[in-house]
Design a protein around this ligand. Sequence first.
Ligand SMILES: *[C@@H]1O[C@H](CO)[C@@H](O)[C@H](O)[C@H]1NC(C)=O
Ligand SMILES: *[C@@H]1O[C@H](CO)[C@@H](O)[C@H](O)[C@H]1NC(C)=O
Ligand SMILES: *[C@@H]1O[C@H](CO)[C@@H](O)[C@H](O)[C@H]1NC(C)=O
Length: 484
Amino acid sequence: MGFSRARAMLVLLVSLLPMVFPVNGIGANWGTQATHRLPPDIVVRMLRENGIQKVKLFDADYDTLKALGKSGIEVMVGMPNDMLAPIAGSMKAAEKWVSENVSSHLSTSNVNIRYVAVGNEPFLSTYNGTFLRTTYPALQNIQAALIKAGISNQVKATVPLNADVYESPNGLPSAGDFRADIHDFVLQIVKLLSDNGAPFTVNIYPFISLYIDPNFPVDYAFFDGNASPVNDGGTNYYNMFDANHDTLVWALQKNGFGNLPVIIGEIGWPTDGDRNANLNYAQRFNQGFMSHVSGGKGTPMRPGPIDAYLFSLIDEDAKSIQPGNFERHWGVFYFDGQPKYSLNLGTTNSGLVPARGVQELEKKWCILKPDAKLTDPQVAPTVSYACSLGDCTSLGYQTSCGSLDSQGNISYAYNSYYQIHNQLDSACKFQGLATVTRSDPSVGSCKFSIQIKPYYGAAAHRLSSIEKTLCSILFLVLFLWTTQ
Ligand SMILES: *[C@@H]1O[C@H](CO)[C@@H](O)[C@H](O)[C@H]1NC(C)=O
Ligand SMILES: *[C@@H]1O[C@H](CO)[C@@H](O)[C@H](O)[C@H]1NC(C)=O
Ligand SMILES: *[C@@H]1O[C@H](CO)[C@@H](O)[C@H](O)[C@H]1NC(C)=O
């Protein structure tokens, strides 16, 4: 009895092992374009409690890196696109960047920095070629600076590129090559990566394919194997991710770099702001991807573990919605660190673990006064004002708040503005049309949010301690002067 129980325990433990210790681990993108960012310490604890071992950042924020110190979490720090030109033009600037944003964090706070992302999707067509000529020299200078700082073995420089830098004329992976108009620019980068043992980083988005092409076969975006396969010379592709990934591998191979490691810099699915952006699809995609990765099977062209970073960790309500209303809803967690859906990352036994210690504002909302007239001429201008400074991306056809009535719509807009402005009384006026309520106006899938308390950053403390020091010096000087 005791024996069989022990045996059962052992079987259970062994069967859990691959779940608890995945081969490569999963990473997450941690962006901070939010009106109210979660304090970095809380996010780092959330990462650890969820077993997320790698993060990719879009900048080199001091507080974020400090919070990551000693966590053991692998970090890819980011250099924004607007720094590509200055860094490309000056070796000194590159050295300063590496010294301030990499070396100092390695030595003073023990941050496990492994990569520098030089730019972010700099060859995106919406940039009209703005960064085409500066990306490579910036990468070159950062690489040289890493070598000069003596950290090039530990820290690799790479460039996260969008997946349309390569293409296949007939849609089959084996015909893949870099896009003709930027072929040489990409190849230059590939060669430098290869020379320095750095990986090619690519962002792959089946959601975008579905978003821009209404005829895209929906099942092919997912990993259930329900789509009719694409046959590439005897190799069957059952999902877009594999096919897209292998189009890149073929492109690399065609140009003589068939062994260059590939990192998936971003992969994920948004949950709102479009009819295909919802909790069901996001859960199906991300869980499907996790199972796909945790099998260690890889893709037909690259069997083995896949190195990937989910996009993204937390919703960001201040992102530009130029790509679409879904842009603010990529998080696996809501803005306040609450999980959106069940997702087994293979790292815990309980699904996603919410952020702890998050401080919310009071439980109150701003809504349209119940006796206000919908025909009031101030309704339209106040709503458009609220939406322009708040976030109305959950309103619209087939989104989470798509079935609100007109009253609900107006209230939603007012509340968004009110919460983003920290529930100031003055932010719930709207020409006398609005009022504060303590009863939750949420209906069904449509959640009227309560914001979290604003985070001012450790920089404020640092500044104030400098100010304090300056003040005491000034005081001392004055004291000495007046007592002369
Ligand atoms: C380091 O990174 C920060 C944040 O991205 C940036 O503001 C700063 O200019 C960088 N430092 C240097 C010396 O370039
Ligand atoms: C790119 O070009 C288009 C059309 O000429 C223009 O509307 C857009 O503002 C440009 N974008 C950038 C980032 O320069
Ligand atoms: C609510 O707002 C959305 C987005 O502005 C709009 O598409 C929808 O028609 C509105 N619904 C009503 C009932 O006013």
